[in-house]
Design a protein around this ligand. Structure first.
Ligand code: SOE
Length: 391
């Protein structure tokens, strides 16, 4: 980039954990990747003037707003980045798209299928005017996941038979961990299912280039009430004296059928004591298998069934060679990437799609399909029945 590179003026709503991760990505992407547009961190929006001013200074934003409605109407904003809880995704995204702003929206896309449908429709209309929308499933942009997708695309696994996916956390295994917004159905839509189960649905559908069409699942809330959170600190906040009900699931387990014939087994829990951010995926095919664990995120394990029996075995591939997507922009082989790099790669692909005039993936339509699977699991759990997902 140089001074002649056109600007892409960004406004971001929300400045907690995801706001910090996205801010890092907007700051870093133009410094490590050659981008056709220069993202500028123009306005940070938050409800509390004092707190948003402090966050803007810390995270690198030039100005602040306290009302997202003003932000989406500003002529000096080209893109709105939504880093708020799910209960505000639909209204902000639809208003921003209607005002001709590109949108990046955190996952899951929305709290309900109806909201997600309205967002996908708004994105479809906006795309006819060259306005783009993306939903923030960043784990797709881990190089090892890109390699997994490539191995499946190249037929190296053959017919996909099994998809085994777990997302294991334990940040609320302590029954006294406070009731942060992620444990409030009004704000978050669901608990572990939508917050981390959504990642598993997107990831497994992305790697297999297939989609889930039927599910049977069970949700559980192990701890029914907790101390209220006096303020947001980290994931769960600071406990108050007063207590309140937990209105979302603590854990979700479900089995799934993929349209291509594979069977899926999924587990998303915040009670896997000792597991911090363990995204574990194993895909078994007729010609081979692959296995990934986010807690060892620069590695992909690959088993090639065509190997002679005496030398066959899971190969541990260190995915740090510059031949892999994104890797060449960072460090020499073996130095590795981290959680934050997926957010930077997300910005790179979004900016490039906007400049190319194409829809960035995952689209809001992809986000809607994930939302439909989430809703089907909830209905299955409520009714103890198999649920189909419309195409
Ligand atoms: C909490 O479960 C959380 O912050 C998720 O909301 C993010 O999507 C995930 O990347 C890390 O864990």
């Amino acid at each position: 980039m140089n001074s002649a590179t056109p600007r892409l003026s960004v406004g971001m709503v929300g400045h907690a954990f995801m706001g910090a991760a996205h801010s890092q990505a907007w700051r870093t992407a133009p410094r490590f990747f050659d981008l056709p547009l220069e993202p500028t961190m123009s306005v940070l929006c938050g409800r509390d003037a004092e707190r948003v001013a402090e966050a803007a200074g810390r995270l690198g934003w030039a100005a602040t707003e306290t009302d997202w409605r003003r932000l989406v109407e500003r002529d000096d904003i080209d893109l709105v980045d939504i880093c708020t809880p799910g209960d505000t995704h639909a209204e902000i995204a639809i208003a921003a798209l209607g005002a001709g702003k590109h949108v990046l929206c955190e996952k899951p896309l929305a709290n309900t299928v109806a909201e997600a449908e309205a967002m996908a429709e708004a994105a479809g209309r906006a795309a006819t005017h060259g306005v783009r929308a993306m939903v923030g499933f960043t784990y797709r942009r881990v190089p090892a996941i890109a390699l997994a997708r490539r191995l499946v695309d190249e037929g190296r696994l053959g017919e996909i038979r099994h998809v085994r996916a777990q997302y294991l956390q334990d940040w609320i295994a302590d029954p006294e961990a406070p009731l942060s917004w992620r444990l409030d159905k009004e704000k978050a839509g669901s608990g572990a299912l939508g917050d981390i189960g959504a990642h598993l649905i997107d990831l497994t559908q992305f790697i297999t280039a297939d989609r889930i069409f039927e599910v049977s699942g069970q949700l559980e809330t192990f701890v029914k009430e907790r101390p209220l959170a006096t303020e947001h600190a980290g994931l769960s906040g600071v406990a108050a004296e007063e207590r309140g009900p937990v209105t979302v699931d603590d854990a979700a387990v479900f089995i799934a059928r993929f349209a291509g014939g594979a069977l899926g087994v999924f587990e998303a829990t915040r009670f896997a004591t000792g597991r911090k951010n363990g995204i574990r995926i194993e895909i078994n095919g007729s010609l081979g298998s692959l296995a990934f664990d986010f807690e060892d995120m620069n590695v992909l394990e690959f088993y090639d069934a065509s190997e002679p029996a005496e030398t066959a075995g899971f190969r541990r591939i260190l995915v740090t060679e510059p031949e892999h997507p994104y890797v060449g922009a960072w460090w020499p082989p073996g130095h590795g990437l981290g959680y934050e790099h997926g957010f930077t790669h997300q910005v790179v692909d979004l900016v490039r799609a906007i400049a190319d005039g194409t829809d960035p993936s995952p689209t809001f339509a992809d986000g809607l399909q994930v939302q439909r699977v989430l809703a089907a699991v909830e209905t299955s759990s409520d009714t103890r029945s198999w649920q189909e997902i419309q195409a």
